[in-house]
Design a protein around this ligand. Structure first.
Ligand code: HEM
Length: 121
């Protein structure tokens, strides 16, 4: 079947992506496996960056003004357990927002592709 909507639209457009980005950052901040990584972060600023990153990467209109993935995570020595924890947060948020399973799988594939590009591990 031909996919006629962008992933951005299936995430709920601007309103959906904004809410998802906010909830993802909130989930990271309470996730015992990764919350210590964000002690120095300004949550509101990070939410805006994540919103624009997701929008720009899924077919939305936002201009992402943050660092690229490699620069943002350089030197953090993120391990696989942390990456899985972050992805679990994201998939949980997508589920709670009613994003369909095909779109969640698409998001998962994109997130894993960052790992393949050796952006984290
Ligand atoms: C799952 C894939 C991930 C994506 C798509 C992602 C995306 C982003 C984005 C868009 C930023 C903002 C860039 C900037 O500050 O200019 C960022 C920053 C950051 N990310 Fe990730 N990230 C991912 C995984 C992780 C993981 C696994 C960790 C560690 C547990 C992590 C830790 C951080 C930290 C510490 C920052 C800087 C926060 C700050 O400066 O306030 N990220 N990430």
């Amino acid at each position: 079947m031909t996919q006629t909507t962008t992933l951005f639209q299936r995430l709920g457009g601007t309103a959906g992506v904004t809410a998802i980005a906010s909830d993802v950052v909130d989930a990271h901040l309470v996730n015992p496996l990764i919350k210590q990584r964000f002690l120095e972060s300004d949550p509101a600023a990070l939410k805006d960056l994540v919103r624009d990153f997701v929008s720009a990467g899924t077919g939305g209109q936002a201009q992402y003004g943050g660092r690229d993935m490699r620069a943002a995570h350089l030197g953090l020595n993120i391990n696989e357990r942390e990456l899985v924890a972050a992805i679990d947060d994201i998939l949980g948020v997508l589920d709670r927002h009613g994003v369909d399973s095909g779109s969640r799988a698409e998001m998962l594939a994109i997130l894993y592709s960052f790992q393949d590009e050796e952006l984290f591990l």
